[in-house]
Design a protein around this ligand. Structure first.
Ligand code: HPA
Ligand code: ZN
Length: 327
């Protein structure tokens, strides 16, 4: 039996705070002398976002941010990830304990130290927020590019896509791309094909976080396949946030069949439940992906990772070896 734990993979769509261990959040609540916040039972994206921010509110010291960063990297390694690209927005922490630079430096230093210890790779996706002014995203991009070559690898865009479409963030993404960050916005989750097209055409996205609603437009699906745009898909998240009605109807198999390059990811395990390995297990047992398809997904995750070329080459070869071994 080829175990999915042994399949080398890159975790490319993961929110740092949304990947916090529930026990760690409970610890922080105890430290604060408060009840742990709810992380389940949201009935809309807005409620989900509120719970996300409630959890972030318990991160009040640099040590706490350092701890979750180390734990998120360790959990990725436990899932068989050889590269983790976690995303976060430093702005939450600036009023609490440091400048944007200090926050980025802390997360990069802790993430890289833990990844080194575990023999895997770590990169930071600097993530702007749609509900903040575009000028804030532009400033974040300017700071982020100063960490290219020193841990920052990509530039994201999160929060409510349906209220804040991509167009106003064009300049921020131009700054990020020109500075060497890979463009990796969320799109095609809460809005449909037009938002995916805008992410590509206006934001220069080569990897899209989610992107699954592209499936609503066959011409766009063809374009994604032809251009090799990668979708960083999070199956459970899409069910939990009402993007697809139930896991059995997830479009991942259809997108793969159409030749779209997709990766499998956890998004926010604190709020959705499954981690990276469980998402791969679900893809195998519920969505019916073959080992060839799962190896293809893992290969795509490595090839699309903003990781060192040597890590990618070594691990892609390891994926091939995984598939070549007896089933
Ligand atoms: N979509 C948009 N923003 C987010 C998400 C998501 O799935 N998770 C955390 N922030
Ligand atoms: Zn996400």
């Amino acid at each position: 039996m080829r175990t999915l734990l042994d399949l080398p993979k890159a975790h490319l769509h993961l929110h740092l705070e949304g990947a916090m261990r529930p026990a760690t959040l409970a610890d922080f609540a105890t430290t604060a002398g408060e009840a742990a916040p709810a992380t389940r039972g949201f009935t809309s994206f807005a409620e989900f976002g509120g719970m996300y921010r409630d959890a972030v509110a318990f991160l009040r010291t640099p040590d706490q941010l350092a701890r979750i960063t180390r734990e998120v990297v360790a959990d990725a390694a436990e899932s068989g990830a050889v590269w983790i690209e976690a995303q976060m927005n430093p702005m939450f922490y600036v009023p609490r304990f440091g400048s944007v630079e200090e926050v980025l430096e802390l997360v990069i230093a802790e993430g890289q130290a833990e990844a080194d210890r575990l023999g895997i790779g770590f990169g930071l996706m600097v993530c702007a927020l749609r509900d903040a002014p575009p000028e804030a995203a532009e400033e974040l991009a300017r700071v982020g590019v100063r960490y290219v070559g020193r841990g920052a690898v990509s530039f994201g865009l999160a929060s409510d896509e349906s209220l804040f479409p991509p167009a106003p963030f064009e300049r921020a993404f131009a700054i990020a791309r020109e500075g060497g960050l890979v463009s990796t916005p969320h799109a095609g989750e809460l809005l449909g094909p037009d938002s995916v097209r805008d992410a590509i055409d206006l934001l220069g996205a080569r990897r899209i976080q989610h992107g699954v609603r592209a499936v609503e437009d066959p011409a766009l699906v063809e374009r994604l396949a032809a251009e090799g745009v990668v979708l960083d898909v999070c199956p459970t998240s899409n069910v939990e946030l009402f993007v697809v009605p139930e896991i059995g109807q997830h479009p991942l198999p259809a997108l793969l069949e159409a030749g779209v390059r997709c990766t499998i990811n956890g998004d926010d395990p604190l709020l959705f439940g499954p981690g990276l390995l469980e998402e791969y297990e679900t893809a195998r047992t519920v969505l019916g992906l073959s080992d060839e398809q799962l190896a293809g997904v893992a290969r795509t995750s490595l090839e699309a990772a903003a990781a060192p070329a040597e890590l990618i080459a070594t691990q892609v070869a390891a994926v091939d070896a995984w598939l070549a071994a007896p089933a």
